[in-house]
Design a protein around this ligand. Structure first.
Ligand SMILES: [Zn+2]
Length: 84
């Protein structure tokens, strides 16, 4: 059987479109997906986290912070250990 549906023709494009908007391919704001007006993460953040998602000025103005992933463990510094 050969069935032609417009939906099946359109959906791969849509999937591609959304997957290309993932952070990493090109910088977009983590919260709004905005690609303009992005702010640079601070050097201290870059040293502490392996991955820092972009943040735009608008979100920074709304008290949003950089979404970070993969905290780099440093010996002694900045990490307080509590004994249980
Ligand atoms: Zn934003």
């Amino acid at each position: 059987m050969f069935v032609r549906t417009r939906i099946s023709c359109d959906s791969p494009i849509e999937i591609l479109y959304y997957s290309s908007r993932k952070p990493g391919n090109y910088p977009i704001c983590y919260y709004y997906g905005e690609s303009e007006g992005l702010v640079d993460s601070s050097q201290s953040l870059k040293e502490r986290f392996k991955q820092i998602y972009p943040l735009c000025e608008g979100c920074q103005g709304n008290k949003k912070e950089f979404y970070t992933k993969g905290e780099i463990k440093t010996n002694g510094r900045a990490s307080k250990r509590h004994k249980t």
